[in-house]
Design a protein around this ligand. Structure first.
Ligand SMILES: NC(=O)c1ccc[n+]([C@@H]2O[C@H](COP(=O)([O-])OP(=O)(O)OC[C@H]3O[C@@H](n4cnc5c(N)ncnc54)[C@H](OP(=O)(O)O)[C@@H]3O)[C@@H](O)[C@H]2O)c1
Length: 317
């Protein structure tokens, strides 16, 4: 990429509003790397969580277009079966499977993974896309705060349980959020019990945790391609329901779900080389902290990883 284009791209990113809105991909499309080749995912199998809505549905649709076999995971049997029925109707011959699991329920993740690995021998892509921004604090069946469970503990456990099923060149993508720039990593109060609960703060902090976990899984799954990404600001039911004022104000500038899905699909299909901290947006690696912040304290990262391993029942290595 020529130096001037690289500068324009970086300025878009740091200026946030133009970069994260639909203007980002509209401009970057002129210089970003080539699209994945149609059919390039034939014979490759990808699991997408949070596939029943918004960005997750768009990821599943685009992967099918590229020829992949797609396992769409939802927590509600009817919604998941309805999605499979619609996509099969629209794309005769599509290789689609419905998976039902609440990723925030660690017992459900264990039971589902045992069943999945008994059916599937090799997985070429794992997309941790399920997400939630709750108004109030709530706890899962195991007593974990919801965003910690859905964004962090469930996907962490799922990755560990599927590790042996991941093909040698598999891609794992964690769908984080630009909101994580406003939250540093902490190794205390992971369950958000101190002080007044804020769903926005819990969301941002757990999205930061996802970026740190992706970098850790890149180390643990040596050889596989592990990334975190953020989709920009995307018009989805999640935005309309969880942050309606933002959704209304930004409506003319929000990306389509397909634009929000773009980088994830591109990462899974092309598996570009990546360096720590493995954070991507609009088909380019981006810094995971703001320029004036210090790097992450290694001690905090170590204590955070130990805590997450313990809470999810994963043996770290
Ligand atoms: N939209 C944006 O602007 C934006 C920006 C930054 C990051 N993101 C991230 O992108 C991802 C997708 O967001 P979206 O905007 O497409 O949201 P969405 O429309 O609300 O979709 C979220 C998906 O996650 C699923 N989900 C939630 N909790 C789950 C659980 N416990 N187990 C299994 N599935 C669960 C939902 O399933 P149900 O259908 O059953 O509810 C739904 O399919 C999220 O991780 C979000 O944080 C979005």
């Amino acid at each position: 990429m020529p130096a001037l284009t690289r500068l324009a791209d970086a300025l878009l990113d740091r200026a946030v509003v133009p970069g994260y809105s639909k203007l980002g991909p509209a401009l970057r499309r002129r210089w970003w790397p080539a699209d994945p080749v149609r059919g390039s995912m034939r014979g490759r199998r990808v699991l997408v969580t949070g596939a029943t809505s918004g960005i997750g549905t768009a990821i599943a649709e685009e992967l099918l277009t590229l020829g992949a076999t797609v396992h769409v995971l939802g927590r509600d049997r009817t919604r998941t079966d309805d999605l499979v029925a619609r996509l099969t109707r629209e794309r005769p011959g599509a290789q689609l499977h419905a998976e039902v699991c609440d990723v925030g329920d660690l017992d459900a993740v264990r039971a589902w993974a045992a069943d999945f690995t008994s059916r599937v021998a090799d997985l070429h892509g794992l997309v941790h896309n399920a997400g939630a921004l709750p108004a109030q604090r709530s706890e899962t069946a195991q007593g974990h705060e919801l965003t910690l469970a859905v964004h962090v503990l469930g996907p962490h456990l799922m990755t560990a349980l599927l590790a042996d099923t991941l093909a040698a060149d598999a891609a794992v993508v964690w769908m984080s959020s630009g909101g994580m720039y406003g939250a540093g990593l902490r190794d205390d109060d992971l369950e958000f019990t101190d002080g007044e609960y804020s769903g926005v703060r819990a969301y941002a902090r757990t999205k930061r945790m996802q970026v740190v976990l992706a970098a850790e899984w890149a180390r643990r799954l040596r050889g596989r391609h592990v990334y975190s990404t953020h989709p920009g600001w995307v018009a989805t039911d999640g935005v309309t329901t969880s942050i309606p004022a933002f959704g209304k104000l930004m409506a003319p500038l929000l990306r389509t779900p397909a634009d929000g899905a773009d980088t994830t699909v591109w990462l899974v299909a092309t598996r570009p080389p990546s360096r720590p901290p493995h954070f991507w947006h609009d088909r380019a690696q981006r810094p995971s902290t703001l320029g004036w912040e210090r790097g992450q304290d290694p001690g905090t990262v170590r204590r955070f990883l130990t805590a997450v391993d313990d809470l999810a029942g994963v043996s770290g290595s």
